[in-house]
Design a protein around this ligand. Sequence first.
Ligand code: NAP
Length: 246
Amino acid sequence: MITSTNRAAIVTGSSRGIGAAIARRLASDGFAVVINYAGSAGAAATLVDEIEKAGGRAIACQADVGDPQAVKRMFDAAEAAYGDVDVLVNNAGIMTLAPVAQMDETAFDRTIAINLKGTFNGLREAANRLRDGGRIVNFSSSVVGLYQPAYGVYAATKAAVEALTHILAKELGSRGITVNAVAPGPVATELFLDGKDQATLDRIKGMNPLGRLGEVDDIARVVALLVGPDGGWINGQIVRANGGVV
Ligand code: NAP
């Protein structure tokens, strides 16, 4: 019988932010976790240490999710450490804001490479290698719904991730693998806070019926549900975890 105590989860982009909170939560729920990162080796090592001291199992794995070979190697490392992989949380992502008229081509290509191709690279590997009965959670954003100016390219990558989520759920259902996406509203992480002044933050808080920004644990709890024993009947869905902003 597969329980959370003998299941393994890869969480992409889990050295910081929402991903780190997800890795912490899944480890405390009994998953052996892979802490993936692009450049933050120190932060990933510190999180591995913290999880192990709390009695959990974790390894750190550098891989740029935009590089298919690196993603393959990450799955190889996970299988070498834990046997089969049960869960992929495709959390790694970046955001560059600019109106379409001013969007820089390099930033456009990088956003596609990490948010869309990076998610696809993980999905293709997971579709071939996840254990039957596994779970996949992608990361969209509630900007798909809010459609604010300057979010065009970022929102476009997340809309594409939502389409992949719906279709892969249909492709993998016969193996008992669920595929969902979480679409957070604003969450207090570097990705969201960078470059915003206090007045902007106050305005964004004011848009939310619950009057605050999301916290990383608000989102980790949703992922824990989707990959845990109570989430098995949720499939092909986009969960807008955002306090009601849209
Ligand atoms: P964050 O604080 O900026 O953290 C990003 C994480 O992704 C870091 O661990 C980073 O690793 C990793 N990463 C970046 N590029 C990578 C790459 N090429 N390969 C592997 N890892 C990479 O971001 P966050 O706010 O936690 O966002 C997590 C996810 O939630 C993203 O998909 C984002 O679009 C989505 N989201 C966030 C918000 C929000 O308000 N924060 C709202 C909606 C959706 P390094 O530390 O090594 O750079």
